[in-house]
Design a protein. Sequence first.
Lengths: 495, 65
Amino acid sequence: MNTALLIITLFLIISIVMGLLAKRGKDMSMEQWAIGGRGFGGLFVFLLLAGETYSVFTLLGTSGLAFNNGAAAFYLLAFTALGTITSYWLLPVIWKYAKENNVVSQSQFFSKKYNSTGLGVFVAVVGVVALIPYITILFKSMGILVAATSYGAISSNVAIWVGMIALLGYVMVSGIHGSAWTSTIKDFLIFFVILFLGIYLPIHYHGSLGGLFQAVSEVKPQALTLPEKGLSVSWFISTVAISSFAYFMWPHVAPTVFASKNAKAFRLNAVLLPIYAIMVLFVYFVGFTAIVQLPGLKSGDFALLELSMKTFDPWFVGIIGATGLLATLVPGSMMLMSAATMITTNVIEPLKPNVSDKNKALSAKGFVVLLSIVCAFFSMSESSTLATLYLTSFSLITQMAPSMYLSLRKNNGITKYGAGIGMLVGVAIVIYVTFTKTTMAILFPSLPSVIQDLNIGIIALAANILVMFIISSLTKKTIVNNGNNENKHDVKLTS
Amino acid sequence: MKLYYLLALLPYIAILGGAAFVNKVEPYVLGIPFFLFWIILWAVLCSVIMFVIYRLDPINKENEE
């Protein structure tokens, strides 16, 4: 075993031990853990929301996208900045409603707003489906991480299974609340690693940032702007638009929102989060340095690691690898557990109310294992890049946004049928497109590339909204008519 | 609806509406190609604008429980 792999293994053991200690220290109830009794102060909410932004995808996927597609990667910075400012208006309203109605999860929010258990169940299922590509990213990253740092000694498929077992062990041992310490160490490490690599690598190889971009403009000038076709300007605009629209729709982010003590925290976050988003810039610099320094590299997802291995001693590669590992374990355990909680409390409970607590906990654990295995298989069979999987995940959660936003109005004209069927249509389009690898260009070969290049998620979203309004107006008619009849009746009685 | 809330639309107009016009390498600003510079600039301005709104909005001066 080489030094890098040794350090990564050491961090894995430490994080599991810390999880064990965390469990022994405090045995919190499920609800306490989920939203911390709505007692989180502004700074803590900021750290949680900000930390959410950075997973192993930031390290490997973002640098990979910059390496493969250059300027297209800038969409991540653009949509994060635009998405986070919606926090000012969106989150206080959601938080207030959740507080007044004792809502602890996203699907509960929908079932209460639309007064429909069925819609809540459906939203929980959509949430879990949307998390699958994201968890697949984490497993794939784990495979890339170990395969690269073992200098080829361990294959990425073996690494994915080992990684999956490590993640499962971590989740089972540390239980639902995980270890706050592991999460803090992860945030600190990823912050340090990103800043260091993004500043050191361009200076080390090219003297300055200007030198780096000058070198890129000689080697691969097309990487500095969006291309005419493919990931073009219209792809960029449509992708930034839908991703920022859906920024706070993640099911595992909802508990963080509900955990806040007051609404002011969200408005302050809208000021701070865009600045924090600029961190991703330094990952672009790593990807661009790799364009010049690793001309033969086949898969961009390996760019950050390969460049680090070319530049640094194995022990430092180990630190970077360990950062990637923690940035997999922390969000991975959160996503797995929130998916399991959603299924047990928002699907099994409403459908089968008599299940005992013990069986609920058991089914939650069983579900975590099942979900991990499914995602592990996806991560081995799916040849898509990390960035493509990330886009799929976003296209899926985007489908919850229209009925979520509209439910915040005083008079919501959308019915539960409109919300549910609209969402179903949107999600079905995204899934169909993902598995058949359909693009707008295949569907509409004669249209100009401005339309062909549109992110297909925006088509799904448009269909979703259209169906939502049509079904709502059809199903509302009966309700409105009933209301009118009653009014007439009232008039008659009084006259 | 407070009128200064409309300030928050500026970054959307600049990034979504401006993308087609700023998708170019030159001029370099601080060594950074113009398209990337434009996005960084507006990410920073997002913060600045939200800070202005935060300070103007009387709702943030109230002490909610």
